[in-house]
Design a protein around this ligand. Structure first.
Ligand SMILES: NC(=O)c1ccc[n+]([C@@H]2O[C@H](COP(=O)([O-])OP(=O)(O)OC[C@H]3O[C@@H](n4cnc5c(N)ncnc54)[C@H](OP(=O)(O)O)[C@@H]3O)[C@@H](O)[C@H]2O)c1
Length: 251
């Protein structure tokens, strides 16, 4: 149950992370991080019990520093929500990124989440109940070619989550995966998503309800069917998704 816990939410300064932080702070101690202090300050001031640390999860030293600072402040976290994420259309032969930009994107969505998870496990009280929530994306069920880096890193996070759950099955660490699709945030608006999107607060409530019911995966209703299509007819699915997303991601 998400009550009376100490919860670290990465990327808690906006969108889904902000909504989770605000709602969960009513009955839990919440810690958020992100790169932009102004955003974190605002969320912290609006919530009931939210503290923040500025830390970039794409940078190994900042992840280690975040956990050092929490230890120095006597904070032991028992719920981790790996929520920080970035996306944008990326065409490898048209929109050239620097190698460092590519590393930054993949680190935020994947390597950073793995490193944060390890730090979380190292500081946790193993005799007590602990929870790891990884926010991947529904994109893992239907690859969008225009989101080459995002799909690659979120698929990695999805794979990591499955194996993490398996490795930790006989421990006090429970692993949950949240796979959002079209939530009304800076991220989806930045991509030009124009579907009917739920507000982050509505979505965050759904996620919390699902976790409190003991579910280990929270995805949209058609997710299993989409995953099945992708497994059975991967090339046809890819062509269809590409066609459907062409209008959205002009290049
Ligand atoms: N919205 C959707 O429809 C949707 C769909 C599928 C998956 N998701 C996933 O849901 C999660 C939340 O996304 P959102 O929609 O709420 O987007 P958002 O409003 O853009 O929030 C993402 C947050 O991550 C933080 N962040 C980005 N890079 C970071 C870094 N290197 N270190 C620390 N924090 C970082 C950002 O804050 P700073 O810029 O201040 O660092 C921001 O607060 C993401 O993992 C996203 O991939 C969302």
């Amino acid at each position: 149950m998400l009550k009376g816990r100490t919860i670290l939410i990465t990327g808690g300064g906006s969108g889904i992370g902000e909504a989770l932080a605000t709602i969960l702070s009513a009955e839990n101690k919440v810690i958020i991080n992100g790169r932009n202090e102004e955003k974190l300050k605002k969320v912290s001031a609006a919530g009931k019990d939210i503290s923040y640390y500025v830390a970039d999860v794409s940078k190994p030293d900042e992840i280690d520093g975040l956990f050092k600072r929490m230890k120095a402040d006597n904070i032991v976290v028992d719920v981790l929500i790996n929520n920080a994420g970035v996306t944008e259309p990326y065409y490898i032969d048209k929109k050239i990124m620097t190698s460092s930009q590519i590393f930054e994107r993949i680190n935020t969505n994947l390597s950073g989440a793995i490193a944060v998870t390890q730090q979380f496990i190292c500081q946790a009280d193993r005799a007590a109940s602990n929870l790891i929530v990884n926010v991947s994306s529904a994109i893992v069920a239907f690859p969008v070619p225009a989101q080459l880096l995002y799909f690659s890193s979120k698929s990695g996070l999805h794979a990591f989550t499955r194996l993490l759950r398996y490795q930790l099955k006989d421990t006090n660490f429970k692993v949950v995966e949240v796979l959002p699709q079209g939530v009304d945030t800076e991220m989806s608006r930045g991509l030009g998503y124009s579907g009917k999107a739920p507000l982050p607060s509505t979505y965050a409530r759904e996620v919390i309800r699902s976790i409190n019911k003991g579910k280990t995966e929270h995805a949209f209703v058609g997710f299993t069917t989409a995953r099945l299509f992708n497994a059975l007819i991967p090339n046809a699915t890819l062509r269809l998704v590409d066609k459907m997303s062409q209008k959205l991601f002009k290049h």
